[in-house]
Design a binder for this molecule. Structure first.
Ligand code: MG
Ligand code: MG
Length: 258
């Protein structure tokens, strides 16, 4: 199903997006060497509850997971990239952490993810992975607007990833979003321009380029959720929820700069 939101629903989506951006930035500022992933999860729960929002994850039980997820934020470390289940692990300097968060506030969902390196070290490959997914995300956003097609966004995202030399997995990508987290249309992280659904004002999309250094193959952890690179290589993931407007696209989940 594809939802087209009216103006008051888009206004509510702005509030949800701002909340998701603020929570992710707060987590990012608070995470340090020694932080336990379970603490990140509990900080997230507190912020969601204080805002009167509802987690999209805690009861989430799709066919591919060992459902329900039971936690409030995805925490994926190093070779883990998607659906990272929070567990008892303390972060160390140089860990590449991805936080992925989706909540519903006032009936509208927003979904965003950020990758960053924990501590003071800046491993060059990790920095390059993160910067590449961020550039791919911005390229996808730049290609979005009324009249553009999904394939235009997929092509823009995929071009950045492949020009950087990274393989592209097509099992998981972006998606429509609205009253619930995952809706049509699917937004592959590679594709051909001019193909697919034509974007309209009021459509919300979550764009989410993610990459693994040297493989496009995933393996699922024993926890039934966490997806890792099959080679153990580093990974990164960047996601924003955007709204198609009359003259372009508005990013709803920008994180506040401090
Ligand atoms: Mg997400
Ligand atoms: Mg998403």
């Amino acid at each position: 199903m594809i939802e087209i939101l009216n103006e008051s629903e888009v206004e509510r989506a702005r509030a949800t997006g701002a909340l998701v951006g603020t929570i992710l930035q707060t987590l990012r500022d608070r995470v340090t060497v020694g932080t336990n992933l379970l603490d990140v999860d509990s900080w997230t729960k507190t912020m969601i509850d204080e805002a009167g929002a509802v987690s999209c994850y805690v009861d989430y039980a799709p066919s591919f997971g060992r459902g329900p997820f039971g936690h409030y934020v995805c925490t994926a470390v190093n070779d883990a990239v998607l659906h990272g289940l929070p567990h008892d692990r303390r972060l160390v300097d140089g860990d590449l952490l991805t936080l992925d968060l989706a909540v519903v506030l006032d009936g509208v969902a927003a979904d965003s993810a950020v990758s960053f390196v924990v501590g003071d070290s800046r491993p060059p490959e990790s920095v390059r992975l993160i910067e590449t997914t961020e550039r791919a995300l911005e390229a996808g956003i730049a290609a979005a607007g009324p009249g553009a097609r999904i394939g235009d966004l997929s092509h823009a995202i995929g071009s950045v990833l492949s020009e950087a030399g990274y393989p592209i997995n097509v099992e998981f990508g972006g998606h429509g979003i609205g009253s619930t987290m995952h809706q049509d249309p699917h937004v592959s992280n590679t594709g051909r321009p001019g193909r697919g659904y034509r974007l309209r004002p009021g459509l919300l999309l979550a764009l989410e380029p993610w990459v693994m250094t040297d493989t496009d193959q995933l393996v699922t952890d024993a926890d039934g959720w966490t997806l890792r690179s099959v080679t153990g290589c580093r990974t990164a993931h960047s996601e924003h929820t955007i709204a198609i407007t009359d003259d372009g696209a508005e990013v709803l989940t920008r994180r506040p700069t401090r």
